[in-house]
Design a protein around this ligand. Sequence first.
Ligand SMILES: [Zn+2]
Length: 253
Amino acid sequence: MIDTHCHIDFEEFDDDREDVIKRAKDKLDHVIVSGYSNESNMKVLQLSKDYEGFIYPTFGFHPVSSQNASEEDLKIAHENIHNNLDSILAVGEVGMDYYYVTDKALRERQQEIFKSFLELANEYRVPIVMHVRDCEKKAVNIIEDYDDIPYFVFHCYGGSLKTAKRIMNRDDSYMSFSTMLCYSKHHQDLIEKIDLDYVLTETDSPYLAMTKEERNEPANVVKAVHKIAEIKNMDVSTVDEITTNNARKIFKI
Ligand SMILES: [Zn+2]
């Protein structure tokens, strides 16, 4: 079992990160920590060195937190990806968020930044992990231009079933489902109809715990796998095997 997307570099884990990672190690094969900003990318890299072979990094530039980022910040993000290609599994999380960002100019800026990372992933031929919210259809149209990116991952996919079907038709694209499955009817309806050959599992820790007050952690990805098994009426071990193999194929771990 693999948590393919979380943020255990965040300060929410500063007091007990070691315990959180130990609990994850008891249950999971690997944890992929997605960089969020230039600062986060460096923390994620350090974590992957401290827990070599268990924690893996991806370098990103989150669409919401980076919307006011300067050209210099963006340049540093690009350079850090270039300089750490041997260590990172993918570019991400990058993308577009139309849920939080409603201003037209800011949305355009998000799109520009997103495309700059798509170009980079295309040039280096590495997978891309995308945060796309309330603009899934647009994102699917955009990624069509990048033929050399080996795999596309829609982290925490929450779009329509129609767009999910387009994603399944691509054969190089995946949708990741989180612990949110335990309480979101929309996500439950989606997973019921989405073929597991296109599915990954994640927690997005510290976010998306069972309650708003709670802090999520990677070991909880077990709950997402169990929920998928329940909804699809399959064995937990089968769901685990398929989704873990998908992650191994995409990220080469
Ligand atoms: Zn995330």
